[in-house]
Design a protein around this ligand. Structure first.
Ligand code: DAK
Length: 258
């Protein structure tokens, strides 16, 4: 399937979704967000895909935020309606994706762009990456889950500092905060991300699916994460991956989960 604002390609079990509006620094309009939702859902239903990488086209930006031109005329009612429907994409399609999603942050990740990266499972930032939630400079606050996901990831003090100042942080500070998992030179971003993906793909995709669900339960209101873990843990038994993983160990060979 082709998209107007995205490129989606699959190679060796890795689906790469590239946000493709480089002339607007990959700013997210509603059409692009809906396409992102569709592209991830397609990747989830494709048995050839085991992992997804989200990146931005060009060397300047992952995503420089929501498309400000589109935002400028929103009413309070429309703002709430959009926030609600797009929250679903961020929580269910991205964060709740049963296949791992890596954000490859190749430059600016601002506002809604950082919120996409925050919903992903792992973040790799290039040395020139600049991350921030500058919404207050527009008279707004983050509206795609940023106030919650940033706070959970880096703590309340740091999140409030970033949100109230609207300042951009670089890869070193992001790494130090735990916002980025890895820092890498821009020219090595693709090879590093694919290497990281392949390391994950050595493991059981089935087990990873249960791990994502369990970890996501950690900060869900009203949800007992330990109970979720017990359930997801027990579902791993009697799967062919569990048989293969334990047999491989006992036979002193590497497991083959394909
Ligand atoms: N939206 C629209 N266009 C953008 C854009 C954006 N966010 N960011 C950049 N562009 C466009 C620029 O307008 C310019 O287009 P032309 O003028 O050439 O047509 C082109 O991309 C190149 O940008 P610059 O010329 O500005 O490039 P520079 O290198 O000089 O500067 C910059 C790079 C990233 C510092 C600068 O472009 C910038 O400050 N961009 C805006 C960053 C920003 O404030 N982002 C928005 C954050 S607020 C909602 C939920 C969530 C949100 C909103 C609503 N609801 C539920 C309703 C989220 C809001 C946000 O993301």
């Amino acid at each position: 399937m082709s998209f107007a604002n995205l490129l989606s390609t699959t190679n060796n079990r890795i689906n790469t979704i590239s946000i493709n509006r480089p002339e607007k620094l990959n700013a997210l309009n509603i059409d692009t967000l809906n396409e992102l939702d569709q592209a991830i859902k397609l990747a989830v239903s494709d048995s050839d895909v085991r992992l997804i990488i989200i990146r931005g086209v060009g060397e300047k930006a992952f995503v420089a935020g929501a498309d400000i031109k589109e935002l400028a005329h929103l009413s309070m009612e429309k703002g709430f309606e959009l926030s609600e429907s797009i929250h679903k994409i961020f929580s269910e399609t991205i964060e709740g994706c049963p296949k791992p999603i890596i954000a490859a942050i190749n430059g600016y990740a601002l506002g809604g762009g950082l919120e996409v990266a925050l919903a992903c499972h792992i973040r790799v930032a290039t040395t020139n990456a600049k991350m921030g939630l500058p919404e207050v400079s527009l008279g707004l606050i983050p509206g795609y889950g940023g106030t919650q996901r940033l706070t959970r990831l880096i703590g309340k003090g740091r999140a409030l500092d970033m949100i109230m100042t609207g300042r951009m942080i670089g890869a070193d500070e992001a790494l130090n905060f735990g916002l980025a998992n890895y820092k890498i030179d821009q020219e090595n971003l693709n090879s590093f991300t694919v290497e990281l993906a392949n390391k994950i793909l050595m493991n059981s995709s089935n087990a990873i699916k249960h791990a994502i669900k369990s970890v996501n339960a950690y900060d869900q209101p009203g949800c007992d994460g330990f109970k979720v873990e017990m359930n997801e843990f027990s579902k791993c038994f009697q799967t062919k991956d569990f048989v293969e993983g334990t047999s491989a160990f006992l036979e002193k060979r590497k497991p083959n989960f394909n």
